[in-house]
Design a protein around this ligand. Structure first.
Ligand code: NAD
Length: 357
């Protein structure tokens, strides 16, 4: 059956890296994969086109499609817009509108890139962590929120809030993933201080009864931040809330050498998902043809694996990426002496060549 993919390139390097991911998707036609894609504007591009970072037509396309591929949003040009018009709002809204509550962020270190990590190779070699971050709740969405004047001075406030059902559904996703991996799940919160975290921990323990094979552990977020750089290989799957996951997954990404290598998936209850690299729009290198497209290409592999149920094709992409790294191809962000420095398009071409070999 032909799959419909909504493609939202976004801003900055978004269009450049998405173009390479599309090359890879087209190459998969050679293996019998049938798809059609349609592009729409989001983020700053959405604001420029329709005065809205998530234009109605974009949301409609995303809803109709089987799955969504996104580049990145944001840029200095949009930083002075009113908050609800800013590119990042478009991203938060599409996640909420599509009910994408589970964000899967793998941190996998390719052996060839061990030297690109700022940590010692022996600390990170063989690293393979999956962070499952809750994406539609927590302090990013909780009410009340705002800035108001109290007692003669301005006060800013946000609300950290989780319902049992929100914790339960993301916990099920995390346990399910742990079952397919090394069967270890670490739930990260701050239950020593926050009631919201206390409930989180209780619910995760309840859910764990349905997964007796998974070894569940608990860790406070400050300790988790420390353990991730001290001994990251102790982790298999981590499940955590929206704000803690935001911070920890960026930290975990740097263990692997470059933010330009890491894909992500955001899933709803039916595993329909939106796939995007974890990095932003990198305005400092946009338009230079030097961005690393591998995170976006690996996002396509995740799309095939988690939403389109094409495990073999996903495996082909993973293998092709591994092969180009073994052949020494490197974009600037992962370049080390003795390797071949290439641009965005050359890297995409190298992956396609490895795929079709
Ligand atoms: P960023 O991830 O865009 O860039 C951080 C650094 O990493 C930059 O030096 C950049 O050049 C480099 N980098 C990122 N992706 C790369 C790639 N594929 N190849 C090579 N180098 C890469 O983060 P930032 O600079 O904090 O934010 C820039 C803009 O992106 C802001 O407007 C921010 O709001 C937005 N942003 C968007 C998303 C998203 O769309 N999901 C995520 C984070 C930030």
């Amino acid at each position: 059956m032909t799959k419909k993919i909504a493609v939202l390139p976004g801003d900055g390097i978004g269009p450049e890296i998405v173009a390479e991911a599309l090359k890879v998707l087209h190459a998969l036609r050679g293996f019998g994969f049938k798809f059609e894609s349609e592009q729409a504007a989001i983020g700053g591009a959405g604001y420029d086109a329709a005065g809205d970072p998530l234009p109605e037509a974009t949301l409609r396309l995303a809803r109709q499609a089987d799955t969504v591929l996104l580049g990145a949003v944001g840029g200095p040009k949009y930083d002075t817009l009113p908050r609800d018009k800013r590119p990042e709002r478009g991203l938060l809204r599409i996640r909420k509108e599509l009910n994408l509550f589970a964000n899967l962020r793998p941190a996998l270190l390719y052996p060839e890139l061990a030297a690109a990590s700022t940590l010692k190779p022996e600390v990170v070699a063989g690293l393979d962590i999956m962070i499952v971050r809750e994406l539609t709740g927590d302090i990013y969405f909780g009410q009340p929120r705002g800035i108001e004047t109290r007692g003669g001075e301005r006060v800013g406030f946000n609300t950290m809030v989780y319902s049992e059902s929100e914790v339960r559904r993301v916990a099920h996703v995390a346990f399910g993933i742990a079952m397919k991996r090394r069967k270890q799940l670490c739930s990260v919160e701050k239950a020593n201080v926050l009631e919201c975290s206390e409930l989180w921990k209780e619910v995760v323990i309840e859910v764990s009864k349905e997964y007796p094979e998974v070894a569940l552990s608990h860790m406070y977020v400050d300790n988790a931040a420390m353990q991730l750089v001290r001994a990251p290989k102790q982790f298999d799957v981590i499940v955590t809330g929206n704000i803690f996951g935001d911070i920890l997954s960026d930290e975990a990404s740097m263990l692997t050498g470059s933010i330009g290598m890491l894909p992500s998936a955001s899933l709803d209850e039916q595993n329909k998902g939106m796939y995007e690299p974890i990095h932003g729009s990198a305005p400092d290198i946009a338009g230079k043809g030097s961005a690393n497209p591998l995170a976006t290409i690996l996002s396509v592999a995740m799309m095939l694996r988690y939403t389109l149920n094409e495990q073999a094709l996903a495996g082909r992409i993973d293998a092709a990426v591994q092969q180009v790294l073994a052949q020494g191809y490197r974009t600037g962000d992962i370049y080390t002496e003795g390797t071949k420095k290439v641009g965005t398009a050359e890297m995409g071409d190298a992956v396609v060549a490895a795929l079709c070999k």
